[in-house]
Design a protein around this ligand. Structure first.
Ligand code: PRP
Length: 221
């Protein structure tokens, strides 16, 4: 096969992968293997012109920005942080309306968040989403010390590392299991299609039909 006809789509396993498969199916593309039953990081599809790269959610924009993948699917949470640090370079044409969840502030059940905020206390907030968290509290006029973590944020309030966390809440199960409660929404989250700008110019013949199929499938959901 001519190399230039091969389109590479980067996405992460879990919710985004699960919600992307039906969109691909709506475009007539089957994905025979999934990251749940395969350790492969490059997955073929029934379309010989399309392959999938399975990467960490926060790495998806990087693969697309550098052109190692032509397109990708990434949550607005990840995109917001990425574009703050690497402005420009990514075309984000479609909100796919998948992997919907929200970014929220959560605290221990016994922590009086309202009172802490009213008293003008300086809050310690643990999060992976440093930029969005800083802007959220700046808008509220609340002083915060932000502690950057890379995962398992729910632990931080339980062991005295932070007063609050800002994290993704989907079912709320993870917060409940750890005795935390959501106290404030920061932003609604869904995933967007992202496209490498050079690929869009040089490989439009293969890429544009796929972008159109994603647009149609996400509208028809
Ligand atoms: C997110 C988040 C929570 C969990 C919330 O993690 O960090 O741990 O999902 O979901 P719930 O409200 O349905 O319990 P994710 O599974 O995306 O993995 P991550 O830790 O790699 O971010």
């Amino acid at each position: 096969m001519e190399k230039s006809s091969l389109i590479t789509l980067a996405l992460s396993k879990g919710r985004i992968f699960e919600d992307t498969v039906p969109l691909l199916q709506a475009a007539g593309i089957e994905v025979p293997e999934s990251p749940e039953n395969s350790r492969k990081l490059i997955l073929p599809t029934s379309d010989p012109n399309l392959r999938l790269l399975v990467v960490r959610a926060s790495d998806v924009p990087t693969y697309v920005q550098y052109g190692a993948a032509d397109i990708g699917i990434a949550g607005k949470d990840i995109l917001y942080e990425h574009t703050k640090e690497h402005p420009g370079g990514l075309y984000q044409p479609i909100d796919l309306d998948i992997a919907k969840c929200r970014l929220a502030v959560a605290v221990r059940q016994d922590f009086d968040y309202e009172a802490a905020v009213k008293q003008g206390a300086r809050l310690r907030v643990a999060t992976k989403y440093v930029n969005v968290t800083r802007e959220h509290f700046a808008r509220k006029g609340v002083y915060v010390d932000i502690i950057k973590l890379y995962g398992s944020m729910e632990l931080a309030p339980l062991v005295g590392l932070a007063d609050a966390i800002v994290d993704i809440v989907s079912t709320g199960g993870t917060l409940r299991a750890n005795g935390l409660v959501p106290v404030e929404d920061v932003a609604p989250i869904s995933s967007r299609l992202i496209v490498n700008q050079a690929s869009l110019k040089t490989r439009a013949k293969y890429l544009q039909p796929l972008i159109d199929a994603f647009a149609a499938a996400s509208q028809g959901k």
